[in-house]
Design a protein around this ligand. Sequence first.
Ligand code: AMP
Length: 281
Amino acid sequence: MKVLRSPRTLISWRRRLDRDGITVGMVPTMGALHAGHRALIRKARLACDALVVSLFVNPKQFGPREDFARYPRSFTHDATMCRQEGVDLLYAPSLEAMYPAGHQTSVTVREVSARWEGAVRPHHFGGVVTVVAKLLSAARPDIAFFGQKDFQQTVVIKRLVTDLNLDVTVRVCPTVREADGLALSSRNIYLSPGERRVAPRLYAALQAGRAAMHRGMTSGAEVTRAMKTILAREPLVTVDYLAVCDPMTLEPLRVVRRSAVLLGAIRLGNVRLIDNILVGR
Ligand code: AMP
């Protein structure tokens, strides 16, 4: 497995593959790889001839009071997992290589970034979109793989790809969970034992919303109430949002006619957790 540290070297690597006409897959990550990342990497490995995993903790997607400094970093562990999974290239650029002095361009996706995560974390999607645009334009993958875990992010990135005519297919892969339903996340290690016990209630709330819809409930407000009831019993939990939304626009649905995405975000102490379920009718 090759390790590269700068956009220039990634661009040269990719250019050499053009001559062979092989398909390139990319899995963008912030490292601290877990079984959710591993599942994405495996899907990508099967679908593509050459596979790039990027590993970059992107400061631009963290707000000033967020956890950039204490975000977990584990390069040796991550490199071992990538090697085990047959990754061809681990792209781990330095901060200076990604954002050299003078860097001043950012990319914004407006409407679908505005609500939910965007409302709670106003800097977040601007940073995500800018770094993903940089990664995709340097690596030029045929297919880029993202987790459904970050549902709004997948909607935002699909918009970016469509609007900028990027020649890449975005593939969204299912959320990998612990046995008790908690979605795997690099931040789960920061949960105290008490918080860890409560954390799966977020998924339980989303499941309660889905069950209500399956029983025939069509009012978005009532489905939201069904979800909120589950978390109202949990004193450690602060709800950022629970919502029933159109899966394409992410606008809240007053009446659920066809499919919906149930979105949720909570805080447990200093840790923020997000999750979602797609429900078809
Ligand atoms: P991150 O390193 O958190 O930026 O995540 C990198 C990619 O892995 C994103 O596309 C995430 O949506 C995806 N991912 C994170 N957690 C999970 C999970 N539990 N299941 C599936 N994909 C995930």
